[in-house]
Write a protein that binds this ligand. Structure first.
Ligand code: ZN
Length: 206
């Protein structure tokens, strides 16, 4: 998604390089938004992939790039994204999912060695807080008393509404996964029956 001309990118690059290193990425994002020649926003994650914005990388392979957020929620805040310009996880090829999960696991494991906990989240669409239409997974190290608040006010919902919502979600999932999910429910149910029977007999398997 590089809709700017070479000249425009050159100008932005010159302006950005006059700023202290730690401010460059933020300044580049700002200028790219202002300068975009077709009125749409230039995608900073594509520019990072193309090495047109300087980044501090913690992971890179042919499909994914993991960089340190320069305006972090906490130091060590990682932005992990595909090099392909896609909106969200639903647009990611299934063949790339195992690699993505493995990378997330390894980055989270590393952060857990230096922090007290982590949050992992991804926003899809502006209404969810997505600023650029490019899939990004935020992996945020958490520390006791770090004053980050990820909160929402719980909304009341009835059991009927829960079941209706379940049906609605399942109707949009691949048939194969719906069957697997049902199988899982049956297994859980049968495990519960077995364990309650065994408990009744005084035998507990956990
Ligand atoms: Zn992009």
């Amino acid at each position: 998604m590089t809709s700017l001309s070479e000249k425009e990118l050159q100008e932005i690059s010159e302006i950005v390089s006059s700023f202290p290193e730690e401010q460059r990425e933020a300044k580049a994002r700002e200028l790219l938004q202002e300068t975009s020649s077709n009125g749409s926003q230039q995608c900073p994650f594509c520019l990072m992939t193309e090495k047109k914005i300087q980044t501090v990388n913690v992971y890179e392979d042919e499909d994914f790039l993991g960089v340190l957020e320069i305006n972090p929620a906490n130091p060590g805040h990682i932005l992990l994204f595909p090099k392909q310009h896609i909106l969200n996880l639903s647009e990611l090829q299934d063949s790339k999912l195992p690699a993505l999960v493995r990378i997330i696991k390894n980055l989270e494991t590393a952060l857990l060695k230096i922090a007290d906990g982590t949050n992992i989240y991804s926003a899809s669409d502006q209404v969810a807080g997505q600023r650029y239409p490019h899939l990004v997974i935020n992996i945020i190290p958490r520390y006791k008393g770090d004053k980050i608040h990820m909160v929402w006010e719980p909304k009341p919902i009835s059991e009927t509404e829960l079941i209706q919502m379940k049906d609605k979600i399942l109707s949009h999932m691949p048939k194969k996964l719906q069957k697997e999910r049902l199988k899982d429910e049956e297994i859980i149910l049968s495990k519960e029956i077995i364990s309650s029977e065994q408990r009744f007999k005084g035998v507990v398997y956990y």
